[in-house]
Design a protein around this ligand. Structure first.
Ligand code: ZN
Length: 228
């Protein structure tokens, strides 16, 4: 009897342990000894082409990652029932005391397309979940341009929901937490960051900051807060 070929997934697990881990062992062990202290909570779409570690150049211990279909944030009022995304945000802010929350959507997002086209009736949870993008939808047929705009509008909509979380609002008002809306264009390899003052998404290569939200207080040089 011949030996069955080794499963590729198993090969990769072995390779992580024998090749990657020995080179980075100290870092992982420090993270165990000292605990994790990530500064960034990254809420991203589950899409396989969105790779947060590659995009941000982060390593182990740097990103607290929450992923779901569409990178959506459920409303804090609990109207969407029990939700892991809410729990993760509460944990990130209250326990880990992260300094940034990034909401990252992307081009060619299947969730946004499905929000226009619908999903099979059997996908009950997905159908309900996609309602979290409803307010971002445009009253036009889903052209490539409309989809792109909707993906970006959905990011801003999630930021608006996020700021309604009391612990997020407190953190932002105290200046210890900032919110960032990103739209990743897969084919260009570029993040477009939401600039609240310009009210638009700018390519990171041209932006002056890594994205701000409509919630951020604008403080003049004399310390006066212009709007909140
Ligand atoms: Zn997506």
């Amino acid at each position: 009897m011949s030996t069955p070929p080794e499963d590729q997934l198993l090969t990769r697990l072995r390779s992580f342990h024998s090749e990657y881990f020995p080179r980075h062992q100290q870092r992982f062990q420090d993270l165990v000894a000292q605990g994790q202290h990530p500064k960034t909570c990254f809420v991203g779409c589950s899409d396989s082409r969105l790779v947060p570690y590659l995009l941000t150049g982060a390593g182990p211990g740097e990103l607290f990652i929450v992923r779901n279909v569409g990178a959506f944030i459920p409303p804090y009022d609990g109207s969407h029932g029990l939700h892991g995304t809410m729990a993760a945000i509460e944990f990130a802010v209250l326990t880990l005391e992260v300094e940034r929350i990034v909401v990252c959507g992307h081009s060619h997002c299947g969730a946004i397309r499905a929000a226009y086209d619908g999903v099979p009736d059997e996908a009950k949870a997905l159908k309900a979940w996609l309602k979290l993008a409803e307010e971002a939808l445009l009253p036009v047929r889903s052209s490539a341009e409309a989809l792109r705009r909707t993906e970006q509008r959905a990011v801003v909509l999630q930021l608006e929901r996020l700021i309604a979380y009391p612990m997020v609002q407190r953190g932002v008002q105290a200046g210890r937490l900032s919110l960032h809306g990103w739209h990743y264009v897969i084919e260009d390899g570029e993040i477009h960051v939401f600039d609240a003052e310009k009210g638009d998404f700018l390519p990171a290569s041209e932006a002056s900051n890594p994205g701000t939200g409509p919630y951020r207080q604008y403080v003049e040089h004399d310390g006066q807060v212009l709007c909140d």
